[in-house]
Design a protein around this ligand. Structure first.
Ligand code: ZN
Length: 142
Protein backbone atom coordinates (compact mmCIF):
# COMPACT_ATOMS: atom_id res chain seq x y z
CA UNK A 1 0.00 0.00 0.00
CA UNK A 2 1.53 3.31 -0.94
CA UNK A 3 1.06 5.50 2.10
CA UNK A 4 3.29 7.84 4.11
CA UNK A 5 5.79 5.75 6.18
CA UNK A 6 4.47 7.11 9.47
CA UNK A 7 0.99 5.87 8.54
CA UNK A 8 2.26 2.42 7.55
CA UNK A 9 4.16 2.23 10.81
CA UNK A 10 1.03 3.21 12.71
CA UNK A 11 -1.19 0.59 11.03
CA UNK A 12 1.45 -2.11 11.52
CA UNK A 13 1.58 -1.31 15.24
CA UNK A 14 -2.19 -1.10 15.61
CA UNK A 15 -2.69 -4.53 13.97
CA UNK A 16 -0.12 -6.03 16.33
CA UNK A 17 -1.82 -4.34 19.27
CA UNK A 18 1.34 -2.51 20.29
CA UNK A 19 0.14 1.07 20.15
CA UNK A 20 0.76 2.90 23.44
CA UNK A 21 -2.90 3.12 24.45
CA UNK A 22 -3.84 3.89 28.06
CA UNK A 23 -4.68 0.23 28.54
CA UNK A 24 -1.28 -1.03 27.40
CA UNK A 25 0.55 1.70 29.35
CA UNK A 26 -1.50 0.84 32.43
CA UNK A 27 -0.49 -2.81 32.13
CA UNK A 28 3.15 -1.68 32.03
CA UNK A 29 2.47 0.50 35.08
CA UNK A 30 3.35 3.67 33.14
CA UNK A 31 0.04 5.46 33.76
CA UNK A 32 -2.40 5.46 36.68
CA UNK A 33 -5.51 4.53 34.71
CA UNK A 34 -6.49 2.56 31.62
CA UNK A 35 -9.63 4.64 30.99
CA UNK A 36 -10.13 6.45 27.67
CA UNK A 37 -9.18 10.12 28.04
CA UNK A 38 -11.92 11.22 25.68
CA UNK A 39 -15.07 9.56 27.00
CA UNK A 40 -13.88 8.37 30.43
CA UNK A 41 -16.24 5.41 30.01
CA UNK A 42 -14.14 2.43 28.96
CA UNK A 43 -10.54 1.18 28.92
CA UNK A 44 -8.67 2.74 26.01
CA UNK A 45 -7.79 -0.21 23.80
CA UNK A 46 -6.86 0.05 20.11
CA UNK A 47 -10.38 -1.03 19.22
CA UNK A 48 -11.99 1.46 21.57
CA UNK A 49 -9.86 4.39 20.52
CA UNK A 50 -10.14 3.85 16.76
CA UNK A 51 -13.63 2.38 16.35
CA UNK A 52 -15.84 2.26 19.44
CA UNK A 53 -15.34 5.52 21.29
CA UNK A 54 -18.14 8.02 20.58
CA UNK A 55 -15.68 10.38 18.87
CA UNK A 56 -14.36 7.64 16.56
CA UNK A 57 -17.94 6.61 15.85
CA UNK A 58 -18.83 10.19 14.86
CA UNK A 59 -15.85 10.32 12.50
CA UNK A 60 -16.79 7.03 10.83
CA UNK A 61 -20.41 8.13 10.48
CA UNK A 62 -19.30 11.36 8.76
CA UNK A 63 -16.86 9.53 6.49
CA UNK A 64 -17.64 7.56 3.32
CA UNK A 65 -17.55 4.37 5.36
CA UNK A 66 -20.30 4.84 7.90
CA UNK A 67 -20.37 2.94 11.14
CA UNK A 68 -21.46 -0.69 11.00
CA UNK A 69 -20.84 -1.80 14.54
CA UNK A 70 -18.15 -4.12 15.69
CA UNK A 71 -18.38 -7.72 16.78
CA UNK A 72 -14.80 -9.00 16.83
CA UNK A 73 -11.50 -7.38 17.67
CA UNK A 74 -9.70 -4.64 15.76
CA UNK A 75 -7.85 -7.07 13.47
CA UNK A 76 -11.15 -8.71 12.46
CA UNK A 77 -12.68 -5.28 11.77
CA UNK A 78 -9.70 -4.35 9.60
CA UNK A 79 -9.86 -7.65 7.74
CA UNK A 80 -13.54 -7.02 7.04
CA UNK A 81 -12.72 -3.57 5.61
CA UNK A 82 -10.01 -5.13 3.47
CA UNK A 83 -12.46 -7.64 1.99
CA UNK A 84 -15.25 -5.13 1.57
CA UNK A 85 -13.35 -2.24 0.00
CA UNK A 86 -11.25 -1.58 -3.04
CA UNK A 87 -7.59 -0.80 -2.45
CA UNK A 88 -8.11 2.95 -2.81
CA UNK A 89 -10.91 2.95 -0.29
CA UNK A 90 -8.94 0.81 2.14
CA UNK A 91 -6.18 3.38 1.92
CA UNK A 92 -8.71 6.03 2.94
CA UNK A 93 -9.80 3.91 5.92
CA UNK A 94 -6.18 3.51 7.04
CA UNK A 95 -5.68 7.28 6.80
CA UNK A 96 -8.77 7.88 8.94
CA UNK A 97 -7.50 5.39 11.54
CA UNK A 98 -4.18 7.21 11.61
CA UNK A 99 -5.91 10.56 11.95
CA UNK A 100 -8.00 9.25 14.86
CA UNK A 101 -4.76 8.24 16.56
CA UNK A 102 -3.31 11.71 15.88
CA UNK A 103 -6.44 13.28 17.39
CA UNK A 104 -6.03 11.03 20.43
CA UNK A 105 -2.39 12.08 20.81
CA UNK A 106 -3.33 15.74 20.49
CA UNK A 107 -5.78 15.29 23.33
CA UNK A 108 -3.39 13.22 25.43
CA UNK A 109 -0.22 15.30 25.01
CA UNK A 110 -1.44 18.80 24.07
CA UNK A 111 -4.88 18.79 25.68
CA UNK A 112 -6.28 19.76 22.27
CA UNK A 113 -9.79 18.70 21.33
CA UNK A 114 -10.39 17.71 17.70
CA UNK A 115 -13.63 17.70 15.77
CA UNK A 116 -14.71 14.96 13.36
CA UNK A 117 -14.34 17.51 10.54
CA UNK A 118 -10.68 18.29 11.29
CA UNK A 119 -9.98 14.60 11.88
CA UNK A 120 -11.40 13.69 8.49
CA UNK A 121 -9.59 16.59 6.79
CA UNK A 122 -6.13 15.60 8.11
CA UNK A 123 -5.83 12.47 5.89
CA UNK A 124 -6.45 14.53 2.73
CA UNK A 125 -3.73 16.97 3.75
CA UNK A 126 -1.23 14.22 4.59
CA UNK A 127 -1.87 12.42 1.30
CA UNK A 128 -1.39 15.65 -0.65
CA UNK A 129 1.91 16.25 1.16
CA UNK A 130 2.92 12.68 0.37
CA UNK A 131 1.99 13.07 -3.29
CA UNK A 132 3.98 16.28 -3.64
CA UNK A 133 6.91 14.94 -1.68
CA UNK A 134 6.32 17.04 1.43
CA UNK A 135 9.42 16.68 3.56
CA UNK A 136 7.73 16.38 6.91
CA UNK A 137 5.93 13.22 5.78
CA UNK A 138 9.17 11.42 5.03
CA UNK A 139 11.27 12.57 7.92
CA UNK A 140 8.73 11.80 10.59
CA UNK A 141 9.40 8.56 12.43
CA UNK A 142 6.99 7.23 15.03
ZN1 ZN B 1 -13.57 6.60 24.67
Amino acid sequence: MSLPPKVLNFIWRSLRNILPTCESLFKKKCVASSICLRCLLAPETVKHCLIECHFAKQCWIQSNFGWHGLTGDFVEWFEEQRKRNLKMKLKEAVMILWSLWEARNNLCWNNKQSTPTTTLHRPKKALEECQFGGRDVYCCCV
